[in-house]
Ligand binder design. Sequence first.
Ligand code: GLC
Length: 469
Amino acid sequence: MSLQLRTAAANNKSSGLRHLLAALTFFCLFSLATRLSAQIAYTPDWPSLDARPIPAWYADAKFGIFVHWGVYSVPAFGPTGGDDIYVKYAEWYWKRWQEGQPAFAKHHAETYGPTVTYPDFARDFTAGNWDPDAWAKLFKQAGAQYVVLTSKHHDGFALWPSAQAWNWNAAELGPNADVCGVLAKAVRDEGLRMGYYYSLYEWFNPLYLDSVPAYVEQHMLPQLYDLVNRYEPDVVWTDGEWEYPSETWRAPEFLAWLYNESPVKSKVVVNDRWGKETRGKHGGYYTTEYGLVHDGKADETLEARPWEECRGIGGSFGYNKQETLEHYSTSEELVHTLIDVVSRGGNLLLNVGPTADGRIPVIMEQRLTDIGTWLARNGEAIYGTRAAGVVSNDERVRFTRKGDRMYAILTAWPEDGKLTLPNLGDYKWREARLLGRDTVLAADKKRTAITLPPLEPDLGQWAWVVELR
Ligand code: GLC
């Protein structure tokens, strides 16, 4: 063998060795990394818990349905006027009546008299006309991607066979059914995600009134673990957190379990109501309610995380029989609310309040169906989008963005038939089209004025989308 050949052979051998070594090192490092990452656990403190990325399905979903249904659906009463948004909530009936709020006290005295108690209402919470599949179909038709049901509101009545609420749940009283489980099945069969609202505090639970730590240990935490293990929710939507800090509720401990070990650790999404100090600051996504955070101020910190606005179609979450057409938002208003929220990077969780016998009031059904009609045509500008970071001087035009596309959503058809674009920053586009039409729209030289086609009935109502790409 010539010297050259021998050197080449030796080189080959040593490069083979080197490859082997490199592969071995890579393998060792890789298995170490996987082992480490399996061990990297969220610890029960806010800096660690807040660092968990919110599963992407949530910010893509954009539109969910909130359902407030319970014993309060029997009296279904709340005052309809006034500036205090919270006093209109019919689901607060027990508390408002007990504290002597004039409208509730008067209504109770005149309608039921002093001998009828709130727990007496449970037997009339019959769910006799409840068709869970029809609810789920309606939510799907509305274009919603997820549903959040009140598993337990502040009155403590559980909509599932909770061992902790042994004398006060829907399997033993009223519906005689596992409402949480039955609805989850129907909703998932329609391809939607299922979540639960859960009130941390209970107004009149003797254990809560006697010892909060005992209540948390023996009642609240077991219920939360039970809900998660039984129904594997996509959303855990807590509330009623404001009387105590998150530490008292042992919320960080629960969340560390939820994120590290629970059966839903990779998909579950939670909100920010985990203690009196947490709203808009800690947890998963931030929440607003009728546009406000709990202290009654509008929230300015929203952009920091995914967030969600929740509200009723009327002024209450629980069904309120006192409400008439004038108290309900129109379909146009609701579509505009959805657009406004989504253009600011949020989700809308729109509430329905079913009746005690399980019907979704026709007016609510109609509003949901209308939103669904609009979304079927224009959903491309909503689902999976993010705030475009573009603000138009014209309030009536909102922007969303998805990949290389930008959507200008017009909540009014411009009188001059032109869409005027604001400064789009770095964003460049080649073509503009109106959703529902194939033709490329003409623009002026500066590309700031786009000429729209004639507005024809098949384009639908309430809002129209120009897609830029
Ligand atoms: C609240 C209320 C309530 C309603 C809710 C929805 O803070 O107490 O009745 O369930 O939040 O956001």
